[in-house]
Design a protein. Structure first.
Length: 180
């Protein structure tokens, strides 16, 4: 039997302005403009189209295709304000039927900003830049990866990832992004 191994070195560069850094950015980030819309809720687990793991108390959101941006929003955070308060949620899923301005929160997150009995509430929300994250950056090799196909899932980055590269021979190869 022949054992084939695939070894990859993953390089993640965090950029702020024109300088690269290895630690989270501590400077105050610019305030993003708030969007107005409506929120509903669903039986979220924290898992979803972004391939994150389920959690016991999911404070998460699914976005419509325009805001989900083919998965580019995965792992980012939104601050959502509704009639009963505010909550910070992590983008973990896509809501294919949601138009721009309609966000679908986990039931737990929705209960922080509105009465679940209402089913739908008006909200404002904004993308959080450089949020504190629950741990260090993680990279998981997704199930099904082999010496012929490699899929990586990044977590605890907080901001939209714009690129990832793997070392191949003496150079680097940019990975393509998928919506999952």
């Amino acid at each position: 039997a022949v054992l084939l191994a695939c070894v990859a070195i993953v390089v993640v560069v965090v950029r702020s302005g024109s300088a690269a850094c290895a630690a989270p950015v501590q400077a105050a980030a610019p305030v993003q403009a708030a969007a107005s819309g409506k929120a509903t809720f669903y039986a979220a687990t924290g898992a979803g189209n972004c391939s994150f793991d389920a959690v016991s108390t999911p404070m998460v959101v699914a976005l419509g295709p325009a805001e989900y941006r083919s998965g580019a929003a995965c792992g980012g955070y939104l601050d959502v304000t509704g009639p009963a308060g505010s909550v910070r949620v992590k983008v973990v899923d896509q809501c294919p039927e949601c138009p721009a301005g309609h966000i679908d929160l986990s039931r737990e997150a929705f209960a922080k900003i509105g009465n679940p009995g209402d089913g739908i509430v008006p909200v404002t929300y904004r993308t959080v830049t450089n949020p504190p994250v629950p741990g260090p950056l993680t990279v998981r090799v997704k199930e099904g990866s082999s010496q012929f196909w490699l899929a990586l899932r990044f977590d605890n980055h907080g901001n939209a990832l714009t690129a990832a590269e793997v070392k191949v021979g003496g150079g680097f190869q940019r990975l393509s992004h998928t919506d999952f």
